[in-house]
Design a binder for this molecule. Structure first.
Ligand code: ZN
Length: 343
């Protein structure tokens, strides 16, 4: 479902993917879960900041949800934002040291090619088409903050954009550079050097994909980034989203992604993103909600029961996963949202 822009927001639901091609079976979940626990354990030992009100709307009407890997998750009853209340005071070193879990997910030649095709190419094409509907200027500079191995930048450069990426993880930076992607190794904090601020000022598009959930104070951080951006430029944000089936699975015991991923301190609701949007005076021109909640449900059953199920039967069910997921996303239960804003 994709609506054309005419003063109205472009809405899209569902992202077709064959989950089996990602190689994320129960064995993979087990390995990733162990790595996440290790990283979280290390991070939890850093002197922590105690958060006793919603980091987005500041309400103190909060409900504790669950301790997961040493971190305490809460839900804001005013805006629906999920957040950790014992955030480490310094989070950048998790990335600057290089993250083993990231390595197994992202830093592999085979996965790079697959993820580019399955994940980054559809995103690049969607964002590019949204911007092109509003703007007939030539392509300009696309800056990505927290670009990882540069999959998205690689795809947008094929669409004619000039690109620069910032990434803290040295292993990911090295991998990106080997693939000819222009990436600077830096952790973009609340204050940053001239190289970063110059790029932000010049950018026609800034993408921040799956980064905001790792920031201690996302409202303060994103407000600062936007203060450097030029009027009429575009900001693309992807964040994990609530209410979702995935969080339900995490709370039931699925030990990976969303609430479990090491370094995640926030899961954003539509309302908490709306508060950020209003605070930063952004115009939301497109929203794309998607996820894998249905597959998460299946994985949760397999993980908790430890049962051997008939592979053929599971295969037949997975053949229908995209159609079922489409409905889940349309119902407002997707685990991720990608938002395109005009500054
Ligand atoms: Zn709130």
């Amino acid at each position: 479902m994709e609506k054309l822009y005419g003063g109205k927001m472009i809405l899209k639901y569902g992202k077709k993917i064959d989950f089996r091609k990602q190689g994320r079976d129960i064995r993979w979940i087990e390995v990733t879960a162990l790595e996440n626990t290790e990283i979280s354990k290390k991070a939890s030992k850093k002197a922590s900041i105690h958060v006793n009100s919603c980091p987005i709307c500041k309400s103190t009407n909060i409900t504790p949800l669950k301790e997961i890997n040493y971190f305490f998750w809460n839900r804001c009853e005013n805006c629906g934002h999920f957040f950790v209340s014992n955030v480490p005071s310094e989070v950048s070193d998790i990335y600057e040291e290089g993250n083993q879990a990231q390595k197994t997910v992202y830093i592999s030649e085979e996965l790079f090619v697959k993820r580019k095709e399955l994940i980054s190419k559809p995103k690049a094409e969607f964002i590019n088409s949204v911007i092109k509907q509003l703007n007939d200027r030539n392509n300009g500079l696309w800056v990505e903050i927290g670009c990882g191995v540069g999959e998205l930048l690689s795809e947008v450069s094929l669409l004619g954009w000039e690109t620069i990426g910032f990434e803290a993880d040295p292993n990911e930076v090295e991998f990106a550079r080997k693939h000819g992607i222009n990436v600077v190794q830096i952790y973009v904090r609340d204050s940053f050097d001239k190289e970063v601020s110059d790029s932000l000022k010049k950018a026609d598009v800034i993408s921040i994909i799956n980064v905001l959930e790792h920031i201690v104070d996302p409202l303060k951080w994103i407000t600062n980034i936007i203060s450097f951006m030029k009027k009429g430029s575009y900001l693309v944000i992807e964040v994990p989203r609530e209410t979702s089936i995935t969080a339900f699975c995490n709370l039931a015991g699925l030990p990976y992604k969303h609430l479990v991923t090491a370094g995640h301190y926030h899961i954003f609701s539509e309302k908490s993103m709306q508060i950020i949007q209003n605070h930063c005076k952004l115009e939301n021109i497109a929203k794309w909600c998607f996820g894998n909640g249905f597959v998460d449900l299946l994985n949760t059953i397999l993980w908790l029961s430890n049962a051997q199920v008939d592979a053929h039967l599971l295969d037949n069910i997975l053949d229908k996963a995209n159609d079922i997921q489409q409905k889940i996303d349309e119902c407002g239960l997707s685990e991720a949202m990608l938002l395109v804003y005009r500054v």
